[in-house]
Design a protein around this ligand. Sequence first.
Ligand code: PRX
Length: 684
Amino acid sequence: MARLLARACCPKALPQAPRWSPGSVAAQAWSNGPLTAYMPEAIAFPGPSDHQGLYKVSVEQGDAFWGALGRSRLTWITPFHSVQDCDLHQGRVSWFLGGKLNVAVNCLDRHVHAAADKVALIWEKDEPGEEVRVTYRELLELTCRLGNTLKRQGVKRGDRVTIYMPPCPLAVASMLACARIGAVHAVVFAGFSAESLADRIRDAQSETVITVNQGLRGGKVIELKKTVDQAVKQCPGVKRVLVSMRTDSKVPMTALDVPLEEEMVKEDVCCEPAAMDSEDMLFLLYTSGSTGKPKGLVHSQAGYLLFAALTHKYVFDYQDRDVFGCVADIGWITGHTYVVYGPLCNGGTTVLFESTPVHPNPGRYWETVERLKINQFYGAPTAIRLLLRYGDEWVKKYDRSSLKLCWMQTLGHPVVPFPMNEAWEWYFRVVGETRCPVVDTWWQTETGGICISPRPSNPGAEILPGMAMRPFFGISPSLMDDKGNVLLENNISGALCISQAWPGMARSIYNDHKRFLETYLTPYPGFFFTGDGVYRTTEGYYQLTGRLDDIINISGHRLGTAEVEDVVNHHVGVAESAVIGYPHEIKGEGAYVFVVLKKDSGYTQETLTAELRELISKKIAKYAAPEYVQRLPKTRSGKIMRRVLRKIVEDKASELGDLTTLDDHEAVQQIIEGRKHLVEGQKS
Ligand code: PRX
């Protein structure tokens, strides 16, 4: 990378500098000062005197609120003429109409003008202690060279570019280079198999793939380029693969391959930013739905960026000199919004974490916090649950005094008291020394950014363990009953919907707008349906209760059970299958596979389990491989009873009542016995 940073950058023809500087607003100071110290734009909204008042403005006078924020926090090439044109009934969602901007300019150039040598990225490499700091000037150079390389290779505005890379500066530069030239990036988590990658490349109709020769994770070499080679064999539309050298090892190059760094050095360090419409596509991100095929959610330019920046600033109380440590992979929405776009739009310093929480030992996170002086740590509960098992010593060894707050995504844990509270308690007591509140955040790939979280709120407002609690600016949660009635009272559960469009929401599913409407907007006309269940407490706080569909969350990775069933059903011996999520102590949820074998297929338990695990790893990803595979007796109807199976895997068979009343009571009894046998067998 050093070779690529040899020349100073002198960006030309840039839009005006921003009117708002992220560091100028001290949210903490607000407890004693005027509301405008907390949010300068509040000057435009007469009336509110505290956070709650501002929230009210944001939902009752959305145009005034988002208009003021959109004007002051983003840098425009052409100002927008209308704040929004949204109608959830019609499926119409448009923000900042008529506006033109460039996302890379907002994330880079304007900060280069203000403080070129401020650190933008701290790449915490897999190799412990080898962090690399990249300044705003350097990141702009990398982005421009990469943007020029893409253009020279024939990538045009609107083209989709698939990025299959671990977290590293060139991955961020690839995303921003696409944004700069107006291409649409589609990052695919580098843990996905060749087949999953191929599906996503084909669906996005990407002609260009960017990858690395090899990845490094937890000290192990991962042959990412090999996986790409296998994937592109199944993608005749791919015209070029840009290969960056993450390690020194040479890998076989094909006719499609372009050595990325070698091409980048030849390019200019200035790259004219494309003037993009607010509603042009910024990126696609694939996520699992309740049917087999993953969907490419479409996020747009201005609305997404503003929502990313605003949530990053206010939920995490990000201040100018803070080092923000979100340890998510860039392959997921958390990485997009809180590693890349939110922090960079705010001119912040963001950590790119390439490793694992246990490499080289379970102190890795806290050693990193000490060395990089991380102020906000945003982690996933699966890692926290894993680490708490190694004991307090690994945490206490390191100085964590830089930490102000800790955040955690509870991600798909239907049962809040367990296992969440143990992790929350440990995170709060041991990691944060009871000094740093632990804050939950609820959101989705679809929402673009955090929608429900205890912060921001009035100074000193309570935070309850493992509860998302309060809606963010502009988010109006509604609870629905089975018949589609809005539930207005407190102390009630329902389906979580959002009743007004917000700037960060996804606009469509790539190439399948009908599916977008059917999944999110038609189930409750006039509302965005999240797919989650929620309980509103007597105080009016929101507590998530789990998915209402067949999506599960394994170690924070979202997975459709139908997706896994599709793969299992391809196994030669399998007639039918049902995949059920069950509470898993570390991963949050695990996959439990039930299969009905074809007649006369003589598979042993061991062979069947091994083959199915391998098949799922190959077709989807290693994390999707099930813990348990159990054979089912063929039931009388031939149908698999999901409701019953769910109770059984959750070890709640007693809730099925009198088994003899069930149609297939003998079969059910056999399944209960089978599970007991399997689970106990694995324990011993
Ligand atoms: O079921 C909810 C769960 O994770 C889903 C979204 O997953 P994904 O699109 O991968 O987004 C990850 C970024 C958050 C949601 O539909 N989920 C998310 N946050 C929470 C949660 N479940 C409970 N509590 C949360 N705080």
